[in-house]
Design a protein around this ligand. Structure first.
Ligand code: 13P
Length: 332
């Protein structure tokens, strides 16, 4: 029987050879990965934006904070990280004794690339009395220069916890602006980086999808202010599951984040309708980097032990301190 091709993603933006797979192949590869995982003593962690079939073979799926915590708890000797490089680096920093594999080394992050140690050093020189709070979407080198890290799930809490009223928030300007609104008592200088996947979305596009009465808008804080102003809920990817639970009467949700996240939302809440917010170029919000890992690459990672993520020893110490400070901030 001819297998039906399944097409994932807004291929208009990022045509990728791995974006077309067939169901029989998915089943076969998934079974092989499940076997290899045990044989190689590996755990598979996947971010909520990974291809649906990659989320399905993961032991844990989650947001950046959840995966960092999970990475510390797992007992396996190898972590196969299905996400992007900065996430795999964080897993390595928090688990220096473990082997961390990123199945495709090209899976970077343009937000993370928007800040380098040099550009952060330049900002720090301009704001010498400010304490640096860095979003985890950053390199190990940048984390190492920062006092503390944060994720979209804990950014305001982290900023409140810092024993200084003057903060230099890097690198996401939309998340930084949202934190500034929640923590008005502090002076927060925000670096000028952004996630292009979220930053492309405009309020006017979201308004178009809200016409049906009772629609709830859930937005990621990497979206621009005009989008956040329309949102009923602003939260991290994993926080969005609880956001749905807070609206038991609502049947229709517009989700302003990367399209693959809706995969799990639909599984958890099959009786609700989820619509991915439309970017202004007529495509679902799509992160090409998050779609660079497919099942074939996960299998190869397990078989060949590639690609091992390493972090420079000097960066490791500073970045670990910044991440550990974040993990020590009490949760609400
Ligand atoms: P979360 O921590 O909310 O999953 O966000 C990670 C991310 O990279 C968003 O673009």
């Amino acid at each position: 029987m001819q297998a039906r091709p399944v097409i994932h993603g807004a291929v208009r933006i990022a045509p990728a050879p791995y974006a077309v797979v067939d169901e029989a192949e998915v089943r076969e590869l998934s079974a092989e990965i499940a076997r290899l995982k045990l044989e190689k003593d590996a755990v598979i962690l996947a971010h909520n934006y990974q291809l649906p079939e990659v989320q399905e073979i993961a032991d844990f799926t989650g947001d950046s904070l959840g995966l960092s915590i999970e990475a510390q708890k797992c007992s396996q000797k190898t972590i196969v990280f299905c996400g992007v490089l900065f996430m795999a680096e964080s897993a390595k920093i928090l688990n220096p004794g473990k082997r961390v594999l990123l199945p495709n080394l090209a899976a970077g992050c343009s937000l993370s690339d928007s800040i380098t140690a040099e550009s952060l050093g330049d900002w720090m020189a301009r704001y010498p009395g400010h304490t640096v709070v860095t979003y985890v979407n950053s390199s190990a080198e940048v984390k190492a220069l920062s006092y503390i890290c944060c994720t979209s799930a804990n950014a305001a809490r982290v900023v409140r916890s810092v024993p200084n009223d003057r903060i230099l928030f890097t690198p996401d300007r939309n998340l930084g602006a949202w934190v500034r609104r929640q923590v008005p008592e502090k002076e927060i200088v925000v670096y000028d980086g952004a996630c292009p996947t979220h930053d492309v979305l405009r309020g006017v596009n979201v308004r178009e999808t809200m016409k049906e009465p009772g629609t709830i808008v859930i937005a990621h804080p990497e979206c621009r202010e005009d989008v956040l102003d329309l949102a009923d809920e602003i939260c991290s990817t994993t926080g969005m599951f609880d956001a749905v639970r807070r609206h038991p009467e609502a049947l229709r949700f517009v989700v302003a984040t990367e399209w693959a996240h809706v995969h799990r939302m639909k599984q958890l809440f099959p009786d609700r309708e989820f619509i991915v917010a439309d970017g202004c170029i007529g495509c679902r919000l799509h992160c090409p980097y998050m779609k660079m890992i497919d099942l074939g690459q996960v299998r190869r990672a397990l078989v060949e032990g590639v690609f091992e993520v390493t972090v420079d020893a000097e960066d490791m110490a500073g970045a670990r301190l910044a991440l550990e400070r974040m993990l020590a901030v009490p949760r609400d």
